[in-house]
Design a protein around this ligand. Sequence first.
Ligand code: XMP
Length: 517
Amino acid sequence: PVVVLDFGAQYAQLIARRVREAALFSEVMPHTASTQEILNRQPAAIILSGGPSSVYDEGAPSLDPALLDAGVPVFGICYGFQAMVRALGGTVEHTGLREYGATQAQIDDTSSTLFNGQPGEQSVWMSHGDSASLAPEGIRVTATTPGAAVAAIEDDERQLYGVQWHPEVLHSTFGQRVLENFLLRGARLEPDWTPAAMADELIDQVRDQVGDGRALCALSGGVDSSVAAALVQRAIGDQLTCVFVDHGLLRDGEAEQVKKDFVAATGVDLVVIDATEQFLTALAGVSDPEQKRKIIGAQFIRCFEQAARDIVHDRGDDQHPVKFLVQGTLYPDVVESGGGTGAANIKSHHNVGGLPDDLQFALIEPLRLLFKDEVRQVGLELGVPEEIVHRQPFPGPGLGIRIVGEVTAERLEILRAADKIARAELTAAGLDRDIWQCPVVLLADVRSVGVQGDGRTYGHPIVLRPVSSEDAMTADWTRLPYDVLARISNRITNEVADVNRVVLDVTSKPPGTIEWE
Ligand code: XMP
């Protein structure tokens, strides 16, 4: 594999994903792994990630110089670049010149290994306080930026390379080219990693993990859990049972659609649990978003535990309890729930941070290290139909986190009606593939004055939140055509009782998140 050594970056998995985009197998290892452990993985190349530390911080992760002498091509990024410069005998200084965000890099040699075929000036994404001021002896400096005299280094003989910026983020215009130049020209690797190979690898891992045990899959009908279910089914066949919980927080027609699509596509046994009462009772009186998420997460698990007991009971086989729970957790869910190394908890995604402490199941999360578009590729590879694979994301906690305020049956009905109209109009306008998703949010504790048919109204606002995104880690608001917005607004205010205003959310992520809670 191409080993990405994680120095505590939010970006380590993103780097791994960019390597996979270059059709090479990649895996992330923590910086605490010993040189021997790393070399035991027989890396074809090593990438040193960025990280939050300064090389001068006490306890800052260090780089064993032996790793640079092992005959394995190495590429350092940001902190990894600085650690590399230091380990090779160059100088890294607190220059006082901080660079954050976009800056221009001057490329000194556009025929070099890293920069071959690229312009002499390119926009790059920076995030550093220290900078390399003196390159190690015998190493070429091939780029500079206003804040870094040594912004890229190359040594073809020893196959050592590095850049001060973050080539893995899209804001670095030629980032992927630089990374691919390292992999294909610097390290001379042959691309051979495909979605099919990825699916096979994941299937093998699941088989190893489960053995002859029984597993239950928490199916939501969304892309992630459907692909996870298909994958696990491929791995363990009828040792798997899929459970769909109707928690009463679904959109109009959703339960029916899931039953129809999923069963038709996979032939998997689907157990449907109607738990509306249970969820609404547990949510009664609760307005705090994190508390709602935790409650919903816990109720899901209680449903799965009950389903697991029923399965054992139905089979009359208490020798084989259900030990595993399959979830479609993706990498962005893990990072944002505070699961990445040193990453902050933004919100508790119900299938990650929202799990109760007394969980009885071991988790199987085959997609845990993948991004959405990779999951879609794996899904297509497994024969999951296009309608499911390209379905827009819908969060596990459903409409429960789209009602700002307490969740009640009446409010759910209002939101469901508004959401149905918005979805129908977006689909009719042919916009489904142009937007990532469009949460429709009910501000249940807010009222405003309106006038309808000569009378005063005092109703609730509905928020439309159309977003465009690549992986849900960042997003921008989608510029929907005004006439489509007008139709949605007209219909919602006319057709949905208690709603007298429709507003558009024009916030990117960051600073907003996609959902309101
Ligand atoms: P945010 O609101 O964090 O959303 O910007 C990012 C993406 O994740 C979805 N989302 C969830 N999905 N369980 C899920 O399965 C959750 O608890 C959850 N919270 C947010 C959201 O719809 C968006 O696609």
